[in-house]
Structures are given as structure tokens and as C-alpha cells.
Design a protein around this ligand. Structure first.
Ligand code: 8OZ
Length: 366
């Protein structure tokens, strides 16, 4: 019998051939000056088109939203034309692809910002982490707090990027509300010390995210917008006094947008799945009306079980998709997986990017 994981399903208006999703993966191979993707990106995503849905690597919505070298953007005509080649290739191969819309907030460096300005954040509090610049790993620069009057412009940047993603031929967009970037910085108490309508209560801390969701769903309509959150992750220096309460409020509010899916990083991003007392993914999932996409450390068995039991509708795999272009086939056949080389995860060229063998290629070599 074919497990449910390998059967078609819909994420809102997005019809997927199976429930295996390629998670968003930052790979730092775009042109650093233009933020455009290249031919190797076309090949990389095409190779992975058997995923039910591909979520692109995090893609900045504006020059200010950039926080690492060589990450792509989706705010210029050139970037749209470059991404169009990717979406065409994935569609020709029978796949679906959504663009992850990203603003890094304080996780940046002056050398990556327009005119060498300070990165922006809810409050002028350094995350105390590192980012990668042309000089390698460097501490994040001290951010400045966004003025209240600037927030509509930030929402507008997300709306503009959403519109550009539509023009680039994507099947939808995912708002990056996770991992300690701008929208998460607003959500969580450790990074948000504002005393205006965007800080303090959970209603206020969630306001920017919800305004962004409203603006982006206005562009795309129902069933084409997803959101990724990491309620319990300490990624990028994030902390919250009551993460369960924060997430419960947000998830309930998200129901009004008729989203394609809710995507949660379960536990610490790329790390432990363990939660603390009082923290519950099941409770969050139960509060959400639409499809649920689970992520973080799933293997084949866990994924099959989570989908069979109805705990999750989709499972997003990250690292396994880096080293296994044909991950869906390998999971179907319960075949062994290639190991990934972490030295080539971030930056570089085709090595460790488009040269991992499929099962078929591996057997030809043998
Ligand atoms: C790894 C390195 C740089 C950025 C995330 C966009 O964690 C990222 C990211 C991951 O969401």
C-alpha cells in the first residue's frame, strides 16, 4: 500500500503530488550585487521538483531586508526575471514552488545594508549573534529601532515582494515569521521593547506580522499564502516570556486569512525537538483551521506516522533535500540517503549544490 505521505494533497489552492515539502534552505549562491539567482539555481530546484511543494530559500523583500552575503531578493525586475527561469523549470518538471518572503531585521551588518546604514529592528537591541559578510563570520551590527511612521513602508515592502513573486510565476508565497528575523523579533518579548501599538501586549507584538499577512493575502488571494513560525526556537538570540501564549494568539488570528498552510519549526531550529513544560505543538495545530506543515528533524518513519495519524498534513524536509535531489523517490523506496557535506551548505558554486547523485546515477556509477 502507498502511505498517505506519498499521496496527493492540497495546501489551500496549491495541489501537491505528495506531502513531502522541500523546506526553505539558505545556500548563499545568488549574485551579491544584484540579488539575482543564476543557472545553477534553475538546475538545483529543477532536480528537486518531485517534492510536493518546494519552498525557496529565504528571499529578501527589500535591500534593507538583507542580512547575509549572496542571498537572493524578490524586489527588482531583474530578480523577477531570474526567478521566472526557476519557476518555469520546476513547472515543466511537474512541481510546485512558493517563494519565502524574508526581512532579517536586526540579523544583519552595516556592510550589507544600503549606504552602510544600521540594520532595523523593533528595538535598538543587538541580537548578539553572527552573520556572514564578505569578511566571513562577523557579529551583527547594532540595530536602530524602526519609527512608528516607517512600519507601513515595511508592510508595503512585503506587499511589493508578494506582487513580484506573482509576476515571477510562483504558485504562492510563504511569509518568514520564524527563526529570529524581523517579524519574529516583533513577536517575542526579548527583542521587542516598544511602548507603542507594536510592543507590549501580545496583540501589539503580533500586529506587524498580521498586517503583513493581510497585505500579502490581498495580493495573492485565498489559499496561496503560507506562514512559517518557530514558536519555541531560540534561533538568532530570540527569547519570549510566554511563547505558548504568543503563538496561540497568533495562530488563532491567522485563521482569518484562509492560508495555504501553517508551517511550524517544532522545537529549536535545526536542533532539538524537545519542548519545555507548558509548550505544545498539538495545541497550536488544533487551534489552526487549515493544512498543517511540520518541520524539524523528521525522518521517513516519523513523517509517515505523523501524516497517517493526522498530526500533520505536510512534512518539510531540510537537510535531506540538500544531499538528495530525488528525496521523494528515495523515501518511497525506503532507499538509503546521501550524506550532506556541511562545508558546502553556505556559499560556493555547483559543488555540493547540483552534483549530489540520484539513486539511478549512483547505481550507474557502481
Ligand atoms: C541559515 C543561515 C542563514 C539564514 C533561517 C534564513 O534560519 C535562515 C538562515 C539559515 O530561517
Amino acid at each position: 500500500m502507498t502511505e498517505k505521505l506519498f499521496q496527493p494533497a492540497t495546501a489551500g489552492a496549491i495541489a501537491a503530488d505528495n506531502r513531502i515539502v522541500m523546506a526553505p534552505l539558505t545556500r548563499n549562491r545568488a549574485d551579491n550585487d544584484t540579488g539575482e539567482v543564476a543557472q545553477m539555481h534553475v538546475d538545483y530546484y529543477r532536480q528537486r521538483a518531485r517534492a510536493g511543494i518546494i519552498i525557496t530559500e529565504a528571499t529578501q523583500v527589500s535591500p534593507e531586508g538583507k542580512g547575509y552575503i549572496q542571498t537572493p531578493g524578490i524586489h527588482t525586475e531583474g530578480q523577477v526575471a531570474a526567478w521566472r527561469r526557476v519557476t518555469d523549470a520546476v513547472h515543466e518538471a511537474g512541481g510546485k514552488i512558493v517563494c519565502q518572503l524574508w526581512h532579517v531585521g536586526r540579523i544583519s551588518h552595516t556592510s550589507l545594508q544600503p549606504d552602510g546604514q544600521q540594520p532595523v529592528a523593533p528595538s535598538a537591541v543587538n541580537a548578539g549573534v553572527k552573520t556572514f559578510t564578505k569578511n566571513g563570520f562577523e557579529p551583527t551590527s547594532d540595530p536602530r529601532a524602526l519609527d512608528l511612521e516607517e512600519l507601513p513602508r515595511v508592510v508595503g515592502d512585503f506587499a511589493h515582494a508578494a506582487d513580484m513573486a506573482l509576476k515571477a510565476g510562483f504558485d504562492g508565497v510563504e511569509v518568514h515569521g520564524a527563526n529570529g528575523y524581523l517579524l519574529d523579533q516583533f513577536l517575542k518579548t526579548g527583542s521587542n521593547q516598544r511602548t507603542d501599538d507594536y510592543g507590549g501586549s501580545v496583540e501589539n507584538r503580533a500586529r506587524l506580522l498580521l498586517e503583513v499577512m493581510a497585505a500579502v493575502t490581498d495580493v495573492w488571494g485565498p489559499g496561496r499564502v503560507g506562514v512559517r513560525l518557530s514558536p519555541f526556537s531560540p534561533a538568532n538570540g530570540i527569547s519570549d516570556e510566554n511563547p505558548q501564549e504568543t503563538a496561540e494568539y497568533v495562530v488563532q488570528e491567522l485563521n482569518r486569512f484562509k492560508l495555504a498552510y501553517l508551517h511550524l519549526v517544532e522545537g529549536a531550529t535545526g536542533g532539538s525537538r524537545e519542548l519545555e513544560e507548558g509548550q505544545s505543538i498539538e495545541k497550536l495545530r488544533a487551534l489552526f483551521d487549515g493544512p498543517y506543515m511540520a518541520n524539524n528533524g523528521y525522518d521517513r518513519e516519523m513523517a509517515i506516522e505523523a501524516v497517517n495519524s493526522g498530526e500533520a498534513d505536510f512534512i518539510a524536509f531540510g537537510k535531506p533535500f540538500i544531499s538528495n535531489p530525488d528525496l521523494v523517490t528515495r523515501l518511497e523506496k525506503n532507499a538509503p540517503l546521501n550524506k550532506g557535506d556541511s562545508d558546502t551548505f553556505y556559499g560556493g558554486g555547483r559543488e555540493g549544490y547540483t552534483d549530489y547523485p540520484t539513486l539511478e546515477e549512483a547505481s550507474e556509477e557502481a
